[in-house]
Design a protein. Structure first.
Length: 404
């Protein structure tokens, strides 16, 4: 009974609150598609010009789009190809766009799944497993060629796909045009990984990169404009204090100009203000939002670490009880081996552990710097990058999953 009263109380308080914060919170979520895209005219013009020949039945060049996260690559690509598809409906040259987010597990675990997804997008449902790959390619080929048209395949976060299934499928896809009679395909590959292209087979590299477009990070002013525009739809009038948008923009600009981060900061700041029952969103809420987002990110990445890497992190945490910023790979390895024994895990070599430490460095949970030991060679000095409360939480997660 008591708890029911409280729930009722919370809801009533929410409804009767005199100054609600959000007019429409959805506008600040990553699913929301804004109707105007700011500060990307150059990129939009370039990509649109490359794709335009498809409106007269010509095969556009393949495009490789790259740039750091949150620079608008997905938004811009979807926006242009949506328009293209719409305009093609008014003319005589059909265009079909197939968008695949390669980060989605069910789609890009295997070549089979990817091809099945492409078939599905063309209207051919196939069973989730079991058919020979040749058969799937044949189905895809027939589906493509069943109509006279240009098919544009967007492989977003293509690096995730290549990491799992190699780049052979890309070779196959780029060659398929030579055999198609009615249709032609063109590929748009998108990645956040600036070094991705270097790992591709040279033949694949040159065909995927017929054209390439780099998305630069946004600067603080540009992020400011993006936030300003969204906030108009997201918040009630006069709810945001003047310093809020500049602060979110500045923080996200420091973080490599990531528009997603900027929008997240603004949204979470609003949520926190709402939960604290404050009438205005202020700088204080942005600081809290920043803390919360960082916290969530560390927790999420800790949970998703592979088991071996978890043991490595666990060992670093153990060492950090004694010293904070001078942990060496050799020491980590000793504790790592002991822990593996304890939980019945086969220990990897010290060299592999060194690689795993580099991977942890990339998550931002630790800092690992290579330093010289003079004539004794080089070593890596590891520093834990977590404050006490986060550290405790990370430890708890690791302890929970590192058992026999
Ligand atoms: N120029 C822009 N104008 C408005 N919103 C943008 C702009 N660029 C990015 N966004 C928004 O920022 C978020 C991240 O953009 P996204 O296209 O997903 O980045 P990327 O694919 O490069 O990681 C999305 O919510 C998107 O709507
Ligand atoms: Mg993207």
């Amino acid at each position: 009974m008591e708890s029911q009263k409280t729930i009722k109380h919370i809801f009533q308080e929410y409804i009767s609150k005199s100054t609600p914060i959000f007019k429409n919170r959805e506008v600040l979520t990553s699913e929301f598609i804004p109707e105007t895209i700011q500060h990307r005219n150059k990129e939009i013009n370039t990509i649109a010009s490359i794709l335009a020949p498809s409106l007269k039945g010509g095969r556009p060049s393949n495009i490789f789009i790259y740039g750091l996260t949150g620079t608008g690559k997905t938004l811009v690509s979807k926006h242009i190809t949506d328009e293209l598809e719409k305009i093609s409906k008014q003319g005589n040259y059909p265009i079909k766009v197939l968008y695949v987010n390669c980060k989605m597990k069910k789609i890009s675990d295997t070549e089979y799944r990817l091809m099945a997804e492409l078939c599905r997008l063309l209207g051919y449902e196939l069973p989730a497993t079991g058919l020979p790959t040749d058969y799937i390619y044949q189905t895809f080929f027939n589906a493509l060629d069943s109509e006279k048209r240009i098919v544009i395949i967007i492989l977003d976060e293509i690096d995730a796909l290549v990491e799992k299934i190699g780049d052979e499928f890309l070779y196959n896809l780029t060659r398929i045009n030579q055999e198609l009679k009615n249709s032609k395909i063109s590929i748009i590959g998108i990645t956040n990984d600036l070094h991705f292209i270097e790992i591709l087979d040279p033949r694949v590299k040159s065909s995927l990169r017929e054209e390439e477009v780099l998305f630069f990070p946004y600067n603080a002013t540009q992020l400011h404009d993006i936030l300003k525009h969204r906030s108009y739809y997201a918040f009630y009038d006069n709810v945001l204090s003047d310093e809020v948008i500049p602060k979110c923009a500045a923080l996200a600009a420091q973080e490599h100009g990531d528009a997603r981060r900027a929008l997240d900061l603004l949204r979470v700041a609003g949520e926190i203000a709402e939960r604290m029952n404050d009438d205005k969103v202020t700088e204080k809420h942005v600081d809290l939002a920043q803390e919360k987002i960082d916290y969530d990110r560390v927790i999420e990445s800790t949970k998703s670490l592979p088991k071996q890497t978890k043991v490595v992190l666990w060992s670093i945490l153990e060492l950090s009880n004694e010293k904070n910023d001078d942990i060496q790979t050799g020491e980590v390895y000793d504790i790592y081996q002991r822990k593996c024994k304890e939980i019945g895990l086969f220990p990897l070599t010290q060299r592999r552990i060194s690689d795993l430490i580099s991977e942890l460095d990339m998550t931002g949970i630790i800092n690992a710097k290579v330093t010289s030991l003079g004539r004794y060679g080089r070593t890596r000095v590891i520093m834990l990058n977590l404050n006490e409360s986060v550290k405790e939480k990370v430890k708890a997660i690791l302890n929970e999953s590192l058992v026999i």
